[in-house]
Design a protein around this ligand. Sequence first.
Ligand SMILES: Nc1nc2c(c(=O)[nH]1)N=C([C@H](O)[C@@H](O)CO)CN2
Length: 118
Amino acid sequence: MDIVFIRQLQIDTVIGVYEWEKTITQRLEIDLELATDIRQAAAQDDIRLTLDYAVIATRVQQLICAEPIELIETVAEKIATMLLEQFATHAVRVRVCKPTAVANAQTVGVQISRGNWA
Ligand SMILES: Nc1nc2c(c(=O)[nH]1)N=C([C@H](O)[C@@H](O)CO)CN2
């Protein structure tokens, strides 16, 4: 199985549980992995036969910035659902980090795996 991935996609958005967080933007850093098969795209050197990471990044940005969200868990699930519905992949991993959330921690976050990785 092959993977198209994005590392440390940085998105500034309204995210958080507390009232003070609803009036500011904070940075999320997102890692994505999408299961795929790159062989046809490579053989024909054709972007139309693979998962376009630029398109994926734009779609994720639009999804997460569309409305305020409280939990990074919600962010992860929304992204995973959208990727499985809108792109030619049967399994995804999504990691969402909120690097400014906890003092003295480099970052905090959640990671989920959805779909069939078998
Ligand atoms: N598991 C989670 N814990 C916490 C979250 C979250 O989204 N998932 N969010 C917060 C606050 O918004 C925090 O980031 C403010 O600094 C606390 N814990």
